[in-house]
Structures are given as structure tokens and as C-alpha cells.
Design a protein. Sequence first.
Lengths: 356, 356
Amino acid sequence: MDWRNNRLCELLGIEHPIIQAPMAGATSQEMVVAACNAGALGSLGSAEYTSEKLEAEFAYIRANTNAPFNANFFTHDEPDIDAEKGAAARKRLAPWYDEYSFEKVPEAIPSSRSFNKEICDCICALKPAVVSFHFGLPDAELVAQIKAEGIKILCSATSVQEAVWLEQNGVDAIIAQGFEAGGHSGWFMDRNGADLTGMFALVPRIVDAVSVPVIAAGGIMDGRGVAAALVLGASGVQMGTAFISAPESLVSDVHKNAASNASGDDTVHSTAFSGRKARTIVNRYALEFADVKDWPDFPIGNTLSKPLRKASSDVGSPDAMALWAGQAVGLNQTKSTAEIIEDVVAQTKGILGNMG
Amino acid sequence: MDWRNNRLCELLGIEHPIIQAPMAGATSQEMVVAACNAGALGSLGSAEYTSEKLEAEFAYIRANTNAPFNANFFTHDEPDIDAEKGAAARKRLAPWYDEYSFEKVPEAIPSSRSFNKEICDCICALKPAVVSFHFGLPDAELVAQIKAEGIKILCSATSVQEAVWLEQNGVDAIIAQGFEAGGHSGWFMDRNGADLTGMFALVPRIVDAVSVPVIAAGGIMDGRGVAAALVLGASGVQMGTAFISAPESLVSDVHKNAASNASGDDTVHSTAFSGRKARTIVNRYALEFADVKDWPDFPIGNTLSKPLRKASSDVGSPDAMALWAGQAVGLNQTKSTAEIIEDVVAQTKGILGNMG
């Protein structure tokens, strides 16, 4: 198994089959550059960026690395503006705003738009080597427009059904995102009440079902995880939580401290922050709203919760923050992005070299 | 990595570091014998056995194999008999009994007792090589009594905290049971609202936290899963769902058909069958009661649901059955127990031999 000459490295033009996950709000342009220069695929978490912000970040990255990189976007139905759900959510959050902030609860409107023609035109002009999507693919015309520029397309799948659909609709590789993963789950097809799927069950079944390369994402923090993912048939990995405490991470010290103190058996999927399932370290906010199901559509929850999350962070309290982290956060380290990648590469080589 | 000379094989006196999971209600004495004679550790799912039944099964197994084997028991608090919860549960189930059965809903009383002194005396007289526990350990005096007989003790852990506690309380090896696993989760320490943990995140953190051998359990169906578990640091694996469609399995054809048709992205943890979280293929019963939280204590639910489950199976309907299965059930095959083990061993050797 020569992991440096594998399908994913060839497809994306990278040295190591490792993708630094595009964590919107956590990934900095400096992290992308550091990941690229360490031989991984750096990813910009661009879901909430304007065209101007995108152009500025691309300019910085290109001034500091010649390596390929990835820009990530959210693809979701534009939300219904449901006045009743909005009012109920604002009422629920009012005591939290009273406790943490001088501000009032914001209006229940979307925080950002789904990937659309305007952003697509911008990204096709900027031409990153790779674009990745979360929550499914944009309209077929936009997919075709991106592919016509020679940009490779990745997308997250949380089931075999989603993976097969993605392959049929033109992705170049599939990110098999397990239950373990931190932040938002990328699910986009109805699961009829079923749980999200853990990595041991998800990765080999997706590998069997598609012909494009599969990238394993969720709970991978070190060389053991990378080697295990390759053994299950993945062509590479995407790692996010491994980088949240790096100096290049934009999350606050309160978030980094929570990550350092977390075991990993203390995270939960909560819909209370954005309206979609996202994995956070358990805190008072996630627990209080664990059973609430009638949140406004994603991403209206972001508009409602973001000032509260910042206010909580500003007073040094993790209680009302979105403490995005995966279930292996207990293996989290405070090394630099470059050191993390170097160590993971060395560990993986050590393990693969000891096998057989 | 010489997997035939590893710590678990030495500890348990087995050829391959593979445990056939003790699936109460699915495992037959014939399956235990077949697993043992194929070089794995066969496990009898003895949680609901009387002493007489235990003695008869042991006699059959010992007449057909000289290899070591395991007897598994449930260890749980004896339930409160809460009349209000019992009445509410019986009312909920009444329309189901009307639909599937001529019987009435049973009284809300426990279906079986936790592991206790009587069973402990019986098992110490029978002296299997290994006893494994689910839902924590019995009282320290019973643990000491078993250990004094030279019987090795295994127990499931679903978190690092549980694993560390188990090691401190005398287990010889720890079964790290991931979120993916079919049937009952073995959790026994409060998780404060956190999700159960997937294998990629659970196994390496438990390996780091304890010094006894770790056995990975959940989502392992073939040699890829075994090799990945070893790469994550486990000394062996426990496989259950891999065997449910074997001819030696006691589950009904309706259950086997459901397993053959399941993808694996269609299972859910339900408390509606027994009162504790257990993974089943999604069906009408699990969906209808997905949000019900006030079930009587485990195992009263088994008393309430078992006649209904059997009646559903008898009419060929999976709708009211407990279709225990893990999240990799999509890789399920209908081979014999011996063939499954032989194939898994060959696949694992092939993968480990190709590494490096």
C-alpha cells in the first residue's frame, strides 16, 4: 500500500492524502497555507464569505503557497421564513440573551445564502484546484460550470445512498463523513428515523458502492486513524478537530480550553445552534434544548445564536457557545498545523511499515 | 504486527483474536461450537438462561469442542416496579397486541434477573474459560469469586471513563463497544446527555487509557474491519451482526431477510423494546415510539414486548420485531459461522500482508 502514490493524491495533486477540513469560523487563511505547505490539501471554510472576502483570502493564500487548495461551501434549500417557529425560538433564547448580552435576540432571518450563481461565477473566476460541498450538491448547471473550469468537486456523504447519488451527479471524490465528526453533519437525504452512521460501518460500504476515491472524515486525530481509514478502503482522510487548537485556528481560547478538557465521550449532535445537526462538546445550551425539534430552518438558527455565542465566549463561559468538536477530541493537541500534519504522516508511515 | 501471537490470543488461549459475540436469542450452542472449532472464541448469550439451561448448553459445547469459550451475562440494577410507567407502557402496546396477537399485553414485570450469586455459583462450578458482562460488573465479591476460579473476565465499555473503571475493578480485557454495534449498548455510567461514541473515536482513546487488551466491537463485518481495529490499537475484535444470518443463528427468517435487505444506514437505537438503548433495523414499532422516554426500567420492556415480537415474526412481518443489527449490516452474508471466520481471517492476513 503506497499511500503517497494513491488515487486521491493523483487526483488532487497533493503529497499526502490528508485534507485539512474546511471549518467555517475556525479555519484561517494562515491554516490553509500551513496545511498546503505541509503537503496536505488546505481547505477554506468559505460558506459565509462574500465575493470580496473570497478574493482577499485567495490572494493571501496564493501569495504564500503554490500548492492546490480547496474552497468549501454549504448547499442547502433556502429556508422558509416561518413566523411561528421564529417567534418560538426567539422566546426560548430571550433569557439567554438577558444572561449574557445587552443585545436583544436578533430577527429570525437567514445568516447566509446557499451556494448560488453569484458565488459560482466568483469561484469559477478564482479557479481553486478543488471545491467541496456540504449538505449535497448545487444545481446541475452550477456543477457543470465548475467542472468546465477543471476544478475538482468533492462532497460529503453520510450514507451509501448519498454517496451513490453524488457519484451519479459528477463528484470527483466522496467525503464519507461518519457520526464521529465534529460540527455540522453533511446529511442531505432523508434517513427515515435512522441514526447517522459511524465510520467503521460507513467507510467500507461506501468504498464498495462507488468507483471514485473515498475520503474518510470523523474521529481521525493521528496516524492510527489515517492508517485505519486506508485499511477500510479509503483513499485519504479529512481531519478537522485535530486542528482546532492549533495557533492558526480562529476559535477562541474558551473553545480551545473546552477542547483540551474534553474526553470525547462528552459531545452531542445539537440542532439548537443552527437548525441542523452539528456536533458540539456538551454544554448547558445544548442540554437545555436537547429535545426541541421545531427550530426555524437552517441557517436561521445561526442568526439567532451567533451574538449569544460570541457574548458567552467574551465573558469566558463555554455555556452558550457552539463548541464544535468530534468524538476523538480527547486526542486533541496544541501543536501547529504543520507539526500536526508532519506527526500524522510520520505515525502513519510507522504503522503501515510495521504491518504484515 | 503478528496478530496470531498477540496479547488477546495468549490471554484467552485462542488461535484468532476474534470473538463471536454473545447475542442472547440469536446465538445457538451450535454457533458457539462452530466459532470455537474455527479458532475464534465462541460466546454463549446466557443472560436469560436458568442454571439448568446453562448446564445443558455447556454439556453440548464440551461434547463438541475442546476449545475455550465464553458465557455472557447482563449486569444491571434490578428494576423499580413503577405501576404508572407500567400502565402507560401497556396502554401504548395494547393496539399492537390487538393487531398481531390474540394475547393480552403481559404484566409489567422483569423478564430476567441480573447476574447474581446463584448464577455465579453455577458458572464457577461449570468453569468456562471466559465470562463476559454487559452493562457493567456484578458486585466485587462475585467478581472475586469468578477470578478465584481462574476464569477470565471481559466487560463492555462505551467510554474511556467506563474502561478505566473496569480495569480498576479487575477485568482481564475490555470490549470497546462503539455506537455502530447492533443490539444493546453496554453503557453503564451516566453520559450527561452526550451521544454514544463511534469506533474511530472510542478504540484509540481506550487503548491509550488502559493497560489490559482492548477488543473492538461494532461495525466489524470482514477483514477490513479486523485490520482497521488492530491498526487503531485493539488486540482483537468482537463480531455479532456478521453471524446473524448464518445457519447456526436462532433469529427467524423474517429477521434474516430484513438483515439481507438492510443497507446499514437504516438502523436506530431504540429503548422501546427492553427499556435500554439497543440498535435495530428501523421498523414501524421503533419509529412509533422513537420519542417515548418513560418506559419501565430494563428489562421489564422485554416482558412487555417479547410476545408481540414473536407474534409479528410468526405472521411474517418485521414491523413489531426487534431486528437487532449493527450499522454495517449491509455487509451481512449468509455463510456458515465457520466460513465467515475463515474468510475474515484470510482477508485480514491479506490486508496486513499488503501493508508497508
